[in-house]
Design a protein around this ligand. Structure first.
Ligand code: COA
Ligand code: AMP
Length: 629
């Protein structure tokens, strides 16, 4: 395999390049149309191909005589449980649960919401949906009832699959009250709610609404894999946009499967039988792509870890897992390594484990800061690969493609674009800039297989948000530059999305929640640098005239409000009262300058500002609150 050759071919002859990659998966009906346009005028891959993603992930390996090899390893330090499934076992339970879903009336094309912790049943539920051609929408367990309700309303699910609880280190999080609240808030309620009872804390079921996982399975006949079109949706995964309403990223079956298979080999250098561990959660895109689908489609063993990098029980958790299961590729967010470094600065715990099988460490989800990169390389003496992607793309837009042979690394760079992605840096008018110059990172159309073809139920939002800024391009929302050697440097979002502990969050959404408080006239939420989580949100609030409320009471109430509405995962811990917010003369809040103040950076007073004095005032408040050095 040669990166330059493949990159060129994918660029100059995408149809032939992707037709070759498509040969790596067993189709029910091989596609003869490789690239075409759908009714919306969007490029689609393999339109006349037919297949089934669960078949690719499971049955095919059994049929190829690999049924007794390990497909999934569940390791849960928070419950003390460990369990392994072979491909045969996983195929059997998935087929039975798929049968159970069919018996509940779930059919091809129906949506199913999955709200589950990191237990194997989450993967079983996802694969069972794929098996019968139902469209799953997994909601991260750290989101509150309101967020869950928004997603339920957007997909109108036929069924909801959940568990009785999640476990955060030593804290049991009962899921049922969250589900019940969400179902009260939602208008498009599912016909049935299937609840996996965990012995750590079972819950009460509501007759007529809920049934237990066990009873759903009773006498269920295994369901066959239903052939779907390559362009049929496999899942909808919601991600933060700049407004309060999350966007339902749609993933198709065929393009996704081809991209998963290709990226596992080319980027992660994983072959059938290798053990891959993405230390994330099925609620995020990393979990969809690299905990569930890509490893299984590639015949690898995947690790399903219910724990944290630290405190479950210590900062050696990652190394224990790597030794115990012979992990070859480890993928996590930089924040996880920062958490480990904080607890074990000399990385002494890693030295207690045999990490000889660990070949490469992959990081993504947020910017990989050079100190974290250096610390991991110094202490583990393993290659570290930074790669950049988004929920929308489903796989890496750029990275160091280990499967082609590792390229030279450059500090702060995500290396080079993946074959199939033509990345350009554009100025605000859409003109390409010179090497080294900063601009918007945009991908020239067509996007490669696996990337989103639309936003669920709102195609116009796809056009407006991604395709209409620069003609012929998908705009990523990230800014950066490409150097003379073609290396890409990603410098951060150009919109109001922040990245907290590798979790993508919308400050606009937090603003809506904060502004809903009775005492608040106006507010701005901005991201501030955080040594552990990369960024953390801070709210600046302006009180309504005449409102009397103690600042710390208000802060407590606002923190709780965000926690109740969005979830603990928002990590909203600071709200400060200000007298004025910096605005342009036309009334737009100048968030960029607020970010500079919060980060202790030099800033220039914008010429468009209405009231320059308020910046000095805000700076003083930040200093007084210890929010700025
Ligand atoms: N269910 C319920 N609550 C959850 C949750 C879940 N699945 N995931 C997180 N939370 C809660 C946490 O308990 C925490 O609550 P608290 O404010 O009461 O303490 C809050 O949400 C914030 O979580 P987080 O930002 O993850 O902080 P943390 O202190 O629990 O852990 C890290 C810090 C760095 C260890 C952790 O964020 C981590 O492992 N990050 C990796 C990120 C990742 O996998 N990203 C996916 C993209 S690759
Ligand atoms: P998500 O959709 O949750 O995967 O978040 C995608 C966003 O995370 C991107 O648009 C980037 O802003 C950020 N991101 C992901 N990976 C990287 C990376 N390797 N370097 C810098 N930013 C990243």
């Amino acid at each position: 395999m040669n990166y330059d050759k493949d990159y060129q071919e994918a660029h100059s002859n995408p149809k032939s390049f992707w037709a070759k990659q498509a040969n790596a998966i067993p189709w029910f009906k091989k596609p003869s149309t490789i690239l075409s346009r759908d009714n919306n005028g969007i490029d689609r891959w393999f339109a006349d191909g037919e297949m089934n993603t669960a078949f690719l992930a499971l049955d095919t390996h059994v049929l190829n005589g690999r049924g007794e090899e390990t497909a999934l390893i569940y390791d849960s330090p928070v419950t003390g449980k460990k369990r392994q499934y072979t491909f045969s076992e996983l195929t059997e339970v998935v087929a039975r649960f798929a049968g159970a879903l069919s018996r509940q009336g779930v059919a091809k094309g129906d949506c199913v919401v999955i709200y589950m912790p990191m237990i194997p049943e989450a993967a079983i539920a996802m694969l069972a949906c794929a098996r019968i051609g139902a469209v799953h929408s997994v909601v991260f367990g750290g989101f509150a009832a309101h967020e869950l309700a928004i997603r339920i309303d957007d997909v109108s699910p036929k069924a909801l699959i959940t568990a009785s609880c999640g476990i955060e280190v030593d804290r049991v999080i009962p899921y049922k009250p969250i589900i019940n609240d969400a179902l009260v808030m939602a208008e498009q309620t599912p016909e049935i709610c299937i609840v996996y009872q965990r012995e750590e804390q079972p819950c009460e079921l509501i007759p007529g609404q809920d049934i237990s996982w066990e009873s759903a399975l009773q006498n269920a006949e295994p369901a066959d894999c239903v052939p779907v079109k390559a362009t049929d949706p496999l899942y909808v995964l919601y991600t933060s946009g700049t407004t309060g309403k999350p966007k339902g990223v749609v993933r198709d079956n065929g393009g996704h499967a081809v991209a998963m298979r290709y990226s596992m080999a080319s980027l992660y250098d994983m072959q059938p039988g290798d053990v891959f561990w993405a230390a994330s959660d099925v609620g995020w895109v990393v979990g969809h792509s690299y905990i569930v689908y890509a490893p299984l489609i590639s015949g690898c063993t995947t690790v399903f870890y219910e724990g944290k990098p630290v405190r479950t029980p210590d900062a050696g958790a990652f190394w224990r897992i790597c030794e115990e299961y012979g992990v070859k590729g480890l993928f996590a967010a930089p924040t996880a390594f920062r958490a480990v470094r904080k607890e074990d600065p000399g990385c002494a715990l890693a030295k207690q484990y045999d990490l000889s099988k660990l070949q490469t460490i992959f990081m993504a989800g947020e910017r990989l800061d050079p100190p974290t990169y250096d610390w991991v390389v110094e202490h583990l003496q393993k290659p570290v690969v930074d790669h950049w992607w988004q929920t929308e793309t489903g796989w890496a837009i750029a990275g160091n493609h280990v499967g082609y042979g590792m390229a030279k690394t450059k500090a702060g760079s995500v290396t080079r674009p993946s074959p199939g992605y033509h990345v350009d840096i554009l100025d605000p008018t859409g003109k390409g800039v010179s090497a080294g110059e900063q601009g918007s990172i945009a991908i020239r159309l067509p996007l490669p297989p696996g990337c989103l073809p639309t936003i669920w139920g709102n195609h116009q939002r796809f056009i407006d948000g991604y395709l209409s800024t620069f003609k012929g391009y998908y705009v990523s929302g990230d800014g950066g530059f490409i150097d003379n050697d073609g290396y890409l440097f990603v410098q951060g979002r150009t919109d109001d999305i922040i990245n907290v502990a590798g979790h993508r969050l919308s400050t606009g959404e937090m603003e809506e929640v904060v502004a809903g408080h009775n005492a608040v006239a106006e507010c701005a939420v901005i991201g501030r640098h955080c040594d552990l989580k990369g960024e953390e949100p801070i709210g600046l609030v302006l009180l309504k005239d005449g409102v009397k409320i103690n600042d710390s009471d208000l802060e407590r109430e606002l923190i709780q409000r965000v926690r109740d509405s969005i979830g603990a995962v928002a990590s909203f811990k600071h709200a400060v009262v200000v007298q004025r917010l910096p605005k342009t003369r036309s009334g737009k809040i100048l968030r960029k300058v607020l970010r500079s103040i919060a980060n202790g950076e030099e800033y220039q007073t914008p010429s468009t500002i209405d009231d320059p004095a308020c910046l000095v005032e805000i700076e003083a408040i930040f200093k007084e609150k210890g929010l700025r050095e």
